[in-house]
Design a protein around this ligand. Structure first.
Ligand code: GZL
Length: 319
């Protein structure tokens, strides 16, 4: 009934006063998304969230995987500009080097949304909003957990650090937040710090090198994501040491693999970093197309999961 009424109204209205098309007759919004890659459990869950949310929202998604290479993300953004998509969204693999291509998007009048990771640019008109976690706070949460855990220990407490992708916002900010907290007590010393590029394989490889160089001097591992921690756990076991006991392990993301490691007593705590950004992204894309204003920064809310709660929390995990 309603549908016919709308159509009748349109036929009667003079051409100059055409009513807006009803939702079922409007062409779908086209969103171009340039993803970092498929480097971790977190990224896989993030991709799944974006694809399933686009489908549920009736948004036509064009998706690309850059295999963690900035030049591939830039190529994808340029192809979306050429295709004249309605909105472009991406998770910048590193913070810098985006201004040129984002000026091209701006000149093409295509709004850009940052998800997951931020960019470092003087011109914040190059994107409409940034939806993602507060990585510095994630680093602080990791540091606060360690300070509390070791409050009765006079030290020294030697820490090795597996950093995320060099130049990426999560790697820069998780390091900054962690160091901000542990610098309060000189017993904490970061004796080795190197990138494992957020992957299990590289995390294992770098941890093997740390163990070769420092061996039993290592008290704590701080890994910027669960995948590198899981790789490091393999290296620690192969070196004949007990992960979670001989070496306390702190990581970030809260993926299922981390919960399984915590339930096995091999990982001590994982700071949550939610990849489930799809629903928020689609809602923002629709608001932008509807001409609504959106906040410049949308922060995802997250917790922290020590091994003691892992078994109880595991059934609730969505990624
Ligand atoms: C964080 C995200 C990071 C994850 C890693 O929002 O960018 O990239 O912590 C992923 O697991 O590779």
């Amino acid at each position: 009934m309603k549908r016919r009424t709308v159509l009748v109204a349109m036929a009667a209205a003079p051409l100059g006063a055409m009513l807006p098309l009803p939702a079922f007759a409007q062409k779908p919004i086209v969103l171009g998304f340039a993803q970092v890659g498929a480097e971790s459990e977190w990224r896989t869950a993030n991709t799944q969230s974006i694809k399933s949310s686009a489908q549920e929202a009736g948004i036509d998604l064009k998706f690309s995987d850059a295999q963690q290479k900035q030049e591939n993300q830039i190529k994808a953004i340029r192809s979306y500009i050429a295709q004249k998509v309605d909105v472009i969204a991406f998770s910048p693999v590193v913070e810098t080097g985006w201004d040129t291509v984002l000026v091209e998007a701006k000149n093409a009048k295509i709004p850009v949304v940052l998800t997951d990771r931020a960019i470092s640019s003087k011109d914040d008109t190059l994107y409409v909003t940034f939806i993602g976690s507060d990585f510095t706070e994630e680093g602080r949460k990791a540091g606060r957990w360690l300070v509390e855990k070791e409050k009765g220990n006079a030290g020294p407490i030697n820490i090795v650090e597996l950093q995320g992708t060099v130049g990426s916002a999560p790697a820069i900010d998780r390091k900054k937040g962690f160091e901000e907290i542990i610098k309060s007590d000189p017993k904490f010393k970061i004796i080795r710090s190197q990138t494992g590029d957020f992957t299990r394989a590289k995390g294992k490889e770098v941890m093997e090198a740390f163990l070769k160089a420092e061996g039993k001097k290592i008290n704590v591992l701080y890994a910027h994501n669960d995948d590198m921690a899981i790789g490091a756990i393999q290296a620690i076991e192969e070196a004949g040491m007990k992960p979670g006991k001989d070496i306390i392990i702190i990581s970030v993301d809260g993926v299922k693999g981390a919960f399984e490691a915590m339930m096995a007593g091999k990982l001590n705590v994982s700071v949550e970093c939610s990849p489930l950004l799809g629903p928020q992204l689609m809602s923002v894309v629709k608001d932008i197309k509807a001409g609504k204003s959106v906040p410049k920064r949308i922060v995802t809310q997250e917790g922290i999961f020590p091994m003691e709660v892992a078994a109880k929390e595991f059934p609730n995990r969505k990624y």
